[in-house]
Write a protein that binds this ligand. Structure first.
Ligand code: NAP
Length: 300
């Protein structure tokens, strides 16, 4: 067993040919979180380096997180990148001249976004790029010429994969029907909002199980945005955490890991103590009784 395998939080699974720890890191909180400014460079760099030191080798980012703040922090903290690090980004939106997030769904915009990510990250290749669709909330909803058919987008992403600029294609904010449509292109992961308390994407997760596609829930703790159920605030989650001597966030993350063997976590935090907690969730095993109780908290 290699050191990487032994230390991998949550064990490992594959992602576009990379063997990655099942507990990864989502970079959005470093760059933008409602109600607080981006972290200072020193903190951001420290959190990213701590993640790698604790065995994380899968980082989720986007060119548009905090304009380019997240990608710049990743580069400052980790370049030259460890060989086993899977840098995963997403395309489908950009910042406009006012800094507002707008859809950028057209095939040539997807290519430009991949190039922009490579440039800011200082990388030759992204392990995976998620096509972030904008058909439905949460987030921006595309209108007009930004309502682009999925097949033309997949053709561009396949071309980018053939060019060697991306290692695999993922989908984000999609329906089960869209995943079915895209499967022939070789989809390696799906990233939809999902948590112990928000299981509305569960039919899509079932399809991932059926086709052995990795599941990368965003908002696994319920996000920092208002209006999403907060895993750490739920009374049953808190009671389970107290009984187990762990934290409520760890219960929520351990539930996600136990829910599907190919779930990859990307919890977001700018807090070093929370990072350590989230990584340690990879070692927590919930009993069948606790799983059943937690399973009952949200309807599908
Ligand atoms: N594909 C998409 O459309 C999409 C959309 C949104 C996000 N994402 C990705 O998914 C990642 C995860 O989503 P997210 O960051 O929005 O939401 P999240 O992981 O569900 O929750 C983040 C919130 O939880 C807090 N938190 C983190 N660890 C904690 C802990 N151990 N105890 C208590 N609170 C904790 C964070 O605050 P602190 O910083 O104070 O810890 C932050 O407020 C993002 O970072 C991003 O990479 C993708």
């Amino acid at each position: 067993m290699s050191d990487t395998t032994r230390q991998a939080p949550g064990g490992t699974t594959t992602l576009a040919g990379h063997r990655v720890a099942r507990v990864g890191f989502g970079a959005m909180q470093l760059a933008e979180s409602p109600g607080r400014p981006p972290v200072d460079r020193e903190t951001g760099v420290a959190v990213l380096r701590a993640a790698i030191e604790q065995g994380v080798n899968h980082i989720d980012t986007a060119q548009f997180y905090g304009e380019t703040v997240a990608n710049e922090l990743i580069r400052a903290a980790l370049h030259p990148y460890p060989d086993d690090l899977a840098l995963v980004s997403k395309v489908g939106a950009v910042r406009d001249e006012h800094g507002d997030l707008v859809a950028a769904q057209r095939p040539e915009q997807l290519r430009a976004s991949v190039e922009a990510n490579l440039a800011t990250l200082g990388a030759d290749r992204l392990a995976v790029v998620n096509l972030r669709r904008t058909d439905t909330p949460p987030g921006i909803v595309a209108e007009g010429d930004q309502r682009v058919d999925l097949d033309s987008q997949l053709a561009e992403l396949v071309a980018l994969r053939d060019d060697g600029k991306i290692g695999g294609i993922g989908l984000s904010a999609v329906s089960a029907g869209q995943l079915r449509q895209a499967l022939p292109a070789g989809i390696v992961c799906v990233q939809n909002a999902h948590s112990l308390l928000d299981r509305s994407s569960e039919p899509l997760l079932d399809l991932c199980r059926e086709h052995d596609v990795a599941w990368v829930p965003f908002f696994p703790l319920g996000s920092a945005f208002p209006g999403f159920p907060k895993v750490t605030e739920h009374a049953t989650v808190r009671a389970a955490a107290t009984a187990l001597g762990v934290t409520p966030a760890q219960v929520g993350l351990a539930w996600e890991l136990a829910h599907y063997a190919r779930t990859l976590l990307i919890p977001g935090t700018a807090n070093p103590a929370h990072l350590t907690e989230n990584v340690a969730a990879g070692a927590i095993r919930l009993s069948a009784e606790t799983m059943a109780e937690l399973d009952g908290l949200a309807t599908r």
